[in-house]
Design a protein. Structure first.
Length: 170
């Protein structure tokens, strides 16, 4: 589900991202660097239980979530996750809606976005993330995950980087 996350104190600072909906997750998750880029600072500490059953303490902040199936923008806790973790929407983003309402709104909002296509060996420019401004060569395309493995030159060496489709442009 495509969602906009803004800094509640300054809504001009935001990112838009595909989030996985996880009805078993209490909280929403986003990579720490994405939250720092829009100046969301940790203001909470939350204990979470991982699918393995292990408990971890994580930093959390608050983000303004906009996008279906939420009717109105709402401020929700968001956990700072590691760089390679996917963005996840947890149940706190949907607390006022029933499962049927969520499913209905998701189906109503399902508009196909134009598919991004890439080819192996194609040159791309990284436009977001810690490697923004670098150019690289596409090595692998994972259309099921909307990710690419791109080789960039760092300190004279070719280095593979895993990126989301939206983080690059042709």
């Amino acid at each position: 589900m495509f969602v906009k996350v803004s800094n509640p104190a300054n809504t001009a600072l935001f990112f838009e991202q595909e989030f996985e909906v996880d009805p078993t997750a209490a909280y929403s998750f986003a990579p720490e660097w994405r939250l720092e880029k829009i100046e969301i600072r940790p203001s909470l500490v939350r204990e979470i239980i991982l699918p393995s059953g292990r408990r971890e303490t994580r930093l959390a902040g608050e983000g303004l979530f906009t996008g279906l199936p939420m009717q109105e923008p709402r401020v929700c806790p968001i956990i700072f996750s590691a760089e390679h973790y996917p963005c996840v929407l947890g149940v706190t983003a949907f607390e006022d809606l029933t499962l049927e309402e969520i499913a209905l709104r998701m189906s109503e909002s399902a508009s196909p976005r134009p598919a991004r296509t890439f080819e192996k060996g194609e040159n791309v420019k990284i436009i977001d993330g810690p490697f923004a401004g670098f150019t690289g060569i596409v090595d692998e395309i994972h259309t099921d995950l909307n990710t690419l493995k791109v080789f960039v030159t760092l300190f004279g060496r070719s280095t593979p980087i895993l990126l989301d489709f939206w983080q690059v442009e042709k």
